[in-house]
Design a protein around this ligand. Structure first.
Ligand SMILES: *[C@@H]1O[C@H](CO)[C@@H](O)[C@H](O)[C@H]1NC(C)=O
Ligand SMILES: *[C@@H]1O[C@H](CO)[C@@H](O)[C@H](O)[C@H]1NC(C)=O
Ligand SMILES: *[C@@H]1O[C@H](CO)[C@@H](O)[C@H](O)[C@H]1NC(C)=O
Ligand SMILES: *[C@@H]1O[C@H](CO)[C@@H](O)[C@H](O)[C@H]1NC(C)=O
Length: 384
């Protein structure tokens, strides 16, 4: 044979071996994929999408994939181990038969238009590590059975229309590090949380009740708490700010009524940012915030705080962003706020402060009318 013939021969050999090593996909996986695709509206599957290439005249896991099953799934051997859909506005329900894909590690349907319930049969996916259905139209409650996933690390159900209480046994998701339930219609209390969470987000729901220490017991790795835009009430107690890994807290737009915070003695606090704006917090502004060595941003805007701004807030190397507007704070703000260009940014407006220098960005927003301040301080002139 000539060199070029040899080349073609070898090429054909290579191609034929590629085709012949194709593994025949487990038959129940094929059945599940077919059901998965056929429970979506055909008209919501655009011609250039991943799902359009799911052509069941060929075997899903066979290689090479040139025209069929180009994307949306991956296989490990003869089993499907990932479904990661592209965001195309696929519209339909999630078939309960998805539960036969028992080797699935990732199920990501994010940013489509799935509707109807989350099938409780999903709990058969015992190897699942990432369940992501964010930005869809799922409704109904979270099936209690979903809390049996022992391997689950990410659970993102954000931006759907889910309702009802959070499952009580959610703390049995012992591998879970990221939980995002934001922008749904969940009600009821915050249950006991999974012990290995790094990130808790339940923003913009209708949760109520107080934050109980028992919900957060043992959560030594919790870094981010995003519970803004709910109806939580009661007192924020010292234990909360002392959770050892906490970096960011957002509890804005709730109905908390007071804050008690201790100095972080014997605790290597990592708190960087706290947002408690738009609550109903009364009392004096706690000076102890200034003892959190890494705290850079503090917002207590639009509460019912009174009294002076603690001078400790202007300590060097302390707060860089401070939003205290919309309270009844009085006295003069600490002079340190206005010293040099390393000064604090934020807002102190809409209070009862004296001598807030209008040359400072902090004082751009004007103070409350004297009559309102006099009323707030029992008819007496604001304390100087
Ligand atoms: C907090 O705990 C108290 C009892 O310790 C209980 O009565 C209350 O219902 C709990 N609140 C929430 C929100 O779990
Ligand atoms: C927070 O609450 C304030 C006052 O009730 C409201 O004006 C604002 O729109 C709320 N913000 C969000 C993001 O809900
Ligand atoms: C500030 O923290 C200290 C020590 O942790 C505590 O004794 C004190 O009561 C706290 N102050 C307030 C106003 O809570
Ligand atoms: C705090 O939360 C409020 C309400 O959601 C928001 O408007 C504000 O920008 C936040 N402040 C900071 C400093 O992040």
């Amino acid at each position: 044979m000539s060199n070029s013939n040899w080349f073609i021969f070898l090429l054909l050999l290579a191609l034929s071996s590629l085709v012949s090593v194709h593994s025949l996909t487990h038959s129940s996986d094929i059945t599940a994929l077919r059901a998965f695709k056929s429970s979506l509206k055909f008209s919501s599957i655009p011609p250039n999408s991943c799902l359009a290439t799911w052509d069941f005249t060929t075997d899903p896991c066979s290689e090479p994939r040139v025209t069929h099953f180009i994307c949306g799934i991956t296989c490990s051997g003869n089993r499907i181990n990932q479904i990661t859909l592209d965001s195309q506005g696929y519209t339909g329900t999630l078939t309960p038969l998805v539960s036969s894909l028992t080797q699935l590690i990732t199920l990501d349907l994010g940013e489509n238009n799935f509707y109807g319930p989350i099938p409780s049969s999903l709990s058969s996916l015992t190897n699942l590590q990432h369940l992501i259905i964010r930005v869809n139209s799922f409704s109904g409650s979270v099936p209690q059975s979903l809390t049996t996933f022992k391997s689950l690390r990410t659970l993102d159900l954000s931006r759907n229309s889910l309702s009802g209480p959070l499952p009580n046994s959610i703390n049995s998701l012992t591998s879970l590090t990221r939980l995002d339930l934001s922008y749904n219609r969940f009600t009821g209390f915050l249950p006991k949380l999974p012990p290995n969470l790094n990130e808790l987000a339940v923003k913009a729901n209708s949760l109520s009740g107080s934050l109980n220490k028992s919900s957060f017991d043992g959560l030594t790795q919790l870094m981010v708490v995003e519970l803004s835009e709910n109806s939580f009430t009661g007192i924020l107690e010292p234990w909360f700010f002392l959770l050892p890994s906490l970096q960011q807290i957002n509890l804005a737009n709730n109905s908390f009524t007071s804050v008690v915070i201790l100095k972080p003695v014997n605790i290597n606090s990592q708190l960087v940012a706290i947002n408690l704006s738009f609550n109903r917090i009364e009392g004096f502004l706690p000076a102890n915030f200034s003892d959190y060595p890494t705290l850079r941003s503090l917002s207590l805007s639009y509460n019912r705080l009174r009294g002076p701004i603690p001078w400790q807030y202007s300590k060097k190397g302390s707060l860089q962003r401070l939003f205290l507007d919309g309270n009844f704070l009085n006295g003069s703000p600490p002079a340190g706020f206005f010293a040099g260009d390393t000064a604090v940014s934020g807002s102190l407006g809409d209070n009862c402060l004296r001598s807030c220098p209008v040359s400072s960005e902090l004082c751009l927003k004007s103070q409350k009318p004297a009559s309102i301040c006099q009323q707030a301080y029992g008819g007496k002139k604001p304390r100087s």
